[in-house]
Ligand binder design. Structure first.
Ligand code: ZN
Length: 343
């Protein structure tokens, strides 16, 4: 089969056309991939930064966001049959640890992620356990189904924070930040404020529902947000940038007793004034990882079927997998937002 593999301990990926097709175990499902999204994580793997070098096994097939159809099922699979259109939760657990057994499998201690710890979906076929399969509703198009993984990150963050009738500040409107804006709007948020250094993304955030957008490098915006929110600050902070200054600014703009949900990953440990921003403020800080299995997926499906999510302008480019280089460069340069590869 065709596949994109991390062929050596260094930058870029290699396209091969003779990778062996994975063989499903008794409880696995073999899926023929149709479309696959390029994630910020794939950028780290492409660029081979410290995180990637410490985590990614050389030789692996990368990619974890996809939609496809079931090609074959293992002998013990009971729920699904070949031909079904599916996506999948990419976090795989043995369902043995405390969190897996108490409704929090997204933070299981034994989590292995497709395209990161084991073979992923930048290939004609990917294999996942039956439990991870998500049948895609007939009304959800392939291009959107291919990005349910990052959309699920946005839905999880917004739903964890609780935004209904609340003022919301989204710091960082990259792929998931933009998704969070449209999800927050669909979930009944009050006014949404957003920050980003990129004017194109700020403009899109506004189009998707932000009432005001700011360049975080310009002074005065924090006071503007606080002033707009009774002089006290926003009810909810959704931190998507992973930039250390954004963390500080975001909490500065959050009201006392507010809720902060953090999803953006910091390149290195961030310095932060806990006294001022958390303790005296009495705010609630939520770390958000992955998608709840499978509560987030049901919520995401319902939001998609409501027709209230605006995602068409977030998925900006599609390339055949043979043009993987151009696809990755389009994403990395910032020219594209969400880039999808077709197989
Ligand atoms: Zn991802």
């Amino acid at each position: 089969m065709r596949a994109l593999i991390k062929h050596h301990a260094g930058p870029e990926l290699q396209f091969v056309s003779d990778r062996a097709r994975p063989t499903p175990g008794p409880r696995d499902v073999l899926i023929r991939v149709r479309k696959a999204g390029i994630c910020g994580t794939d950028r780290h793997i492409w660029e081979w930064d410290d995180w990637a070098a410490g985590r990614i096994p050389v030789g692996i097939v990368t990619g974890h966001e996809f939609v496809g159809t079931i090609e074959a099922v293992g002998s013990a699979v009971s729920k699904y049959a070949p031909g079904l259109r599916v996506s999948a939760e990419g976090h795989i657990t043995e369902w043995k640890d405390y969190n897996s057994r108490t409704g929090n499998a997204h933070i299981a201690s034994d989590t292995r992620i497709i395209g990161i710890d084991r073979d992923g979906c930048f290939a004609d076929f990917v294999c996942v356990p039956e439990e991870n399969v998500w049948p895609v509703h007939v009304s959800i198009p392939d291009t959107i189904a291919a990005v349910m993984d990052p959309l699920g990150n946005a839905v999880h963050t917004v739903m964890a924070a609780g935004v209904s009738a609340k003022s919301v500040l989204v710091t960082g409107t990259g792929i998931i930040g933009l998704m969070a804006v449209t999800v927050a709007k669909a979930a009944g948020a009050g006014r949404i404020f957003a920050t980003d250094v990129d004017p194109k993304r700020r403009a899109l955030a506004k189009k998707l529902g932000a009432v005001e957008v700011f360049d975080p490098r310009e002074s005065g915006w924090i006071q503007q947000v606080r002033k707009a929110c009774r002089g006290e600050g926003a009810d909810v902070l959704i931190e998507m940038s992973g930039a250390s200054p954004a963390l500080d600014q975001g909490f500065e703009a959050l009201r006392n007793g507010g809720v902060a949900a953090l999803l953006g990953l910091f390149k290195k440990p961030a310095l932060f004034d806990w006294n001022k921003h958390v303790i005296f403020k009495g705010c609630t800080v939520l770390g958000v990882n992955g998608r709840k299995m499978f509560e987030t997926w049901y919520q995401m499906e319902e939001l998609l079927l409501s027709g209230r999510l605006e995602l068409d302008e977030i998925v900006t480019h599609e390339f055949p997998i043979e043009q993987f280089k151009k696809a990755h460069e389009t994403m990395i340069s910032g020219e594209g937002i969400k880039v999808v590869m077709t197989l």
